[in-house]
Design a protein around this ligand. Sequence first.
Ligand code: UDP
Length: 312
Amino acid sequence: MRILVTGGAGFLGSHLCDRLLAEGHTVIAMDNLITGTTDNIAHLAGHPRFKFIFHDVTEYIYIEGDLDAVFHFASPASPVDFPAFPIQIGKVNAVGTYRTLGLAKAKGARFVLASTSEVYGDPLVHPQPESYWGNVNPIGVRGIYDESKRFAEALTMAYHRVHGLDTRIVRIFNTYGPRMRLNDGRVVPNFISQALRGEPLTVYGDGTQTRSFTYVDDLIEGIYRLFLSEEIEPVNIGNPEEYRIIDFAKLVNELTGNQAGIVFKPLPQDDPKKRRPDITKARRVLGWEPRVPVREGLLRTIEDFRKRLSLP
Ligand code: UDP
């Protein structure tokens, strides 16, 4: 197949390009590089089935020739990006989704939307099944990300219902792994960078809030299975193993041998208190579940960070 990946130079987008190429597809990666970097796809330069196009998908997208699939993965996604790029986030998930849906319709291509566990906001139901509608503050600092992703889901379903577009929606839970930005601001890159520099880990709030962490290879496997499935409605992909952030910090210190301990910082606005996917549907429909234990995934990520931080 010939496939477009928007956000193809990002963390998840670049891993997705790798997987699609390994499956024998031809891949066009598109990115405006506001949070992505060509470092993530440098190893693909010169690949006969790979092409990179520098483009902002909120502008009209022109692709010559046929397309069999469009994966819309462009969007800043770290909480530190929310106050830094709120308008770009709103545009890429609203206008960018509109343009990529229009492109998929014009080409008769299958469309896959990268959605997020943030559609559940600060959830009142735990763990979160796909049937839960969420608890989002529309005007808080996270609102632009959460609401624009919710709109992107709504628009995707509208194109499916009105035009019969062949669509998929993946709700991605916290994912980590090699290639995350060193200064990404999310908890895994922060903790690993701090630990490798021998600094104390910054736990926000009292650290009793929970998250569950999916290794990137597991996530990409789930997305690829969803792509090949017939499932139109959203599917959660995430690791249901839930950690309190304070315990997760201790684990990172243990795995890196960091002696500097932990410091507490203020909890950001609207930081969800709990998050854990209910993956009953992914198990049933895709036969998917995570395979990489958190310790192993963290060790692989620590290795990658050690190299990129140029540490021994
Ligand atoms: N967090 C933390 N220290 C950090 C970065 C994040 O304690 O240096 C916390 C953050 O407050 C949140 C959790 O870790 O409760 C996950 O944050 P992240 O930014 O990774 O993504 P989120 O799941 O909030 O979108």
